[in-house]
Design a protein around this ligand. Structure first.
Ligand SMILES: N=C(N)NCCCC(=O)O
Ligand SMILES: [Zn+2]
Ligand SMILES: [Zn+2]
Length: 314
């Protein structure tokens, strides 16, 4: 099967032309997309620095240098199935509830067309509607949540739908398989010890940023694979899981984070898992330097696309 490839960077310089993710075709240029990279420029759910609404554009711009073969996974993701850039889902920036509904509906439409999504945010609020849509298709899903933060807090200023609360809502709504949930890269001060107790009660395991350092990537991957098993898996990557040295351009940075090398290697360790969808969120380019964060996020998205592509067009 021949798939519409990205623009050939030896024919058209990679700094020329429209910035689609990895220079992929737009979704309207292909008959069918097996995998779509979807931007969600939305940041009305943030508790500190705003700006993640500009994340998708920055990640696309930073993705021009990606190449078509992934040696770590031994896959050419754009040749093993049709991958396309679906542009952005336009959400109401003044109404979080409506924005969540709109994204859930859009994600359901991708699923209905047989297109798996790698979503580029946007703040972490968007994980909730994406998980709802994933569960509508697969039943409650396993979740690996890469983040400095738990994002299982209850409310902010009395509001239930924020970037600090999506995974508590997801558990309450029954869209997650509570036997297969884990945060990875957690660190930094909390509001109280109760945060951890409540998080455990919701069903989450935690591999902290320090655990990754002490155990190393191999042991970390083994523990995660054990927890996830064969279940349909959703991966949510908050770019602030990386140390601010590796991802300064984000809204709620915390010192002591993982390196981008650790994160990418852990993701590659998930090659045998049944990944059904993923997101990369919280890139806020206004605080970035030399595209460090956007480049890291573009590589994370490329790895997630590659993991999905390992299963071909299915
Ligand atoms: N970056 C995300 N998703 N959440 C951080 C919320 C931390 C806080 O405001 O206390
Ligand atoms: Zn975070
Ligand atoms: Zn988060």
């Amino acid at each position: 099967m021949l798939y519409v490839p990205p623009t050939d960077s030896s024919a058209v310089p990679r700094f020329a032309g429209f910035a689609t993710f990895a220079r992929l075709p737009r979704i309207d240029e292909v008959a069918h997309a097996d995998i779509a990279v979807v931007g969600v420029p939305f940041d009305a759910g943030v508790s500190y620095r705003p700006g993640a609404r500009f994340g998708p554009a920055a990640v696309r711009e930073a993705s021009r240098l990606l190449r078509p073969y992934h040696p770590g996974l031994d896959v050419s993701p754009f040749a093993s199935c049709q991958v396309a850039d679906a542009g952005d889902v336009a959400l109401n920036p003044f109404n979080i509830g409506e924005a969540i509904e709109t994204l859930q509906h859009a994600a359901g439409e991708f699923a209905g067309r047989g297109t798996r999504m790698v979503t580029v945010g946007g703040d972490h609020t968007i994980a909730l509607p994406l998980l709802r849509a994933a569960a509508a298709q697969h039943g409650p899903v396993a979740l690996l949540h890469f983040d400095a933060h738990l994002d299982t807090w209850d409310t902010y200023f009395g509001e239930p739908y924020t970037h600090g609360t999506p995974f508590r809502r997801a558990v309450e709504e029954g869209v997650l398989d509570t036997s297969a949930l884990c945060h990875v890269g957690t660190r930094g001060p909390l509001y109280g010890k109760r945060d951890l107790d409540e998080d455990t009660r919701l069903g989450f395991g935690i591999v902290t940023s320090a655990d990754v350092m002490y155990r190393g990537v191999r042991e970390t991957v083994a523990a995660l694979r054990e927890r996830i098993g064969e279940r349909p898996l959703y991966v949510s990557v908050d770019i602030d899981v990386l140390d601010p040295a590796h991802a300064p351009g984000t809204g709620t940075p915390e010192a002591g984070g993982m390196t981008s090398r650790e994160l990418l290697e852990i993701l590659r360790g998930l090659r045998d898992c049944h990944l059904i969808g993923a997101d990369v969120v919280e890139v806020a380019p206004a605080y970035d330097h030399a595209e460090i964060t956007a480049i890291a996020a573009s590589h994370v998205a490329y790895d997630l696309v590659s993991l999905l592509a390992l299963r071909g067009g299915s």
